[in-house]
Unconditional design. Structure first.
Length: 405
């Protein structure tokens, strides 16, 4: 079966890392993969190292916004990209198309009208609370993909909204959690070398936040809570890993730097930008923090847990489907600074608790979210989607991991 994998950007973030995992583990005896994406960026470079042929289209420039001028610009980009994608689809003649985001799904569904090619949307994020989200739901009713694969129950519920709940037979959903490899634990020497590179003492208690620099990730609120947590743990240090990869301008990054200076934290906060050694950095942490206002089922949390690092996260989106409070991690409400501070301090002050959370987290994710299980399910979805003799599997919301033990 020939599958065309379409990604609307050439940059690599969480959704693209999942796509690269699929490309690396896909059964080449059963499936032939082709990647369609913008040529600029890291995605095609990494795909080619996996011996996956690539085809080019322009990057889709479209974001959720209230500005009319920007919407007109984005619509123009959508129409232009749609024409290019249709031409590439005709050239490649795939039997199935995997669209690796909502935006990719919109483009590919519009571009392939009349071609009769089954389409799978892979939705990695929570649909925002925005009028355009209603338009997206209407679009899926008019041009429904054969299957919408979402990474968490929370993502399915958000995507459906009130509208699609009334048409459950019209649009098929499948929940497929992201997967993680069993990470090799950092050696003492590796952690020590990272601390030395970053000019940190071995006695420093090290917390970190990993992700694109964006208000939705909550780095600013974490910096403010960190300043107050240092009054209780004076040797606390913070690593901020990531850059403004998908954002225009560096205004937020400048705001973060200015806040650090204003709070007098220059000596204990490090901005690391994009790194190629994120697993090693996470392994050197005493606590990984996810302070997001919105998340579906983030790879960063999975990878931190697999690396044996205790994780503090906001109880938003699909994170409660991954983390059980005080059992395999620590959950706090987004925007509650006092509980965020307590979530930082409590595991660090109670070393037995921290070790317990880390051990339980590693055991949970390596048993519940292995890569082989993920690949078996995604390949089954591809087969089900293209098979006319096998009835489509109707929507199913899987039970939470905490409910299955």
């Amino acid at each position: 079966m020939k599958i065309l994998f379409y990604n609307h950007t050439g940059q690599v973030s969480g959704a693209e890392r999942v796509l690269l995992l699929i490309l690396s583990r896909l059964n080449r005896g059963r499936f032939e993969a082709v990647l369609l994406s913008p040529g600029a960026g890291q995605l095609q470079k990494e795909a080619r190292t996996l011996n996956v042929p690539c085809a080019n289209v322009d990057q889709l420039n479209a974001r959720f916004t209230w500005r009319i001028a920007a919407l007109i610009r984005y619509f123009s980009s959508f129409v232009s990209t749609m024409g290019q994608v249709r031409a590439r689809v005709r050239e490649q003649r795939p039997e199935l198309i995997h669209a690796n985001s909502v935006r990719a799904g919109l483009v590919i569904s519009a571009a392939t009208v009349g071609l009769g090619i089954p389409i799978v949307w892979h939705v990695h994020d929570l649909l925002p609370q925005h009028p355009l989200s209603t338009c997206i739901r209407l679009f899926t009713l008019l041009l429904p993909p054969v299957r919408i694969v979402v990474v968490a129950n929370a993502a399915a519920e958000r995507f459906k909204g009130k509208l699609l709940r009334q048409f459950s037979r019209r649009v098929d959903f499948a929940v497929l959690y992201n997967a993680v490899e069993a990470a090799k634990l950092n050696s003492t020497s590796t952690s020590a070398s990272i601390r030395k590179e970053l000019r940190l003492r071995n006695s420093d208690r090290l917390i970190g936040i990993v992700g694109n620099l964006s208000p939705v990730k909550g780095q600013l609120e974490l910096i403010r809570a960190f300043a107050k947590a240092r009054k209780r743990i004076p040797n606390l240090a913070l690593l901020v890993v990531g850059s403004t990869l998908f954002n225009r301008g560096d205004g937020y990054q400048k705001q973060l730097s200015a806040e650090v200076r204003a709070l007098g934290l220059d000596h204990c906060v490090r901005f690391l930008g994009q790194r190629n050694d994120v697993p090693a950095i996470m392994g050197a942490l005493d606590l990984l923090v996810m302070n997001s206002r919105s998340e579906a089922f983030p790879l960063v949390a999975l990878e931190g847990m697999a690396a044996g690092v205790p994780v503090l996260a906001t109880a938003v989106g699909g994170l409660p489907e991954l983390i059980t409070h005080e059992k395999n991690g620590w959950l706090v409400p987004f925007g509650d600074e006092e509980k965020l501070i307590d979530g930082i301090v409590s595991p660090l002050e109670q070393r037995d608790l921290s070790a317990q959370l880390a051990t339980q987290a590693r055991r949970h994710v390596t048993r519940t979210f292995p890569v082989h299980k993920f690949m078996t399910r995604i390949e089954a979805i591809y087969t089900e989607t293209t098979s006319k003799s096998v009835p489509a599997v109707r929507e199913h919301l899987v039970p939470l991991p905490s409910e299955t033990g």
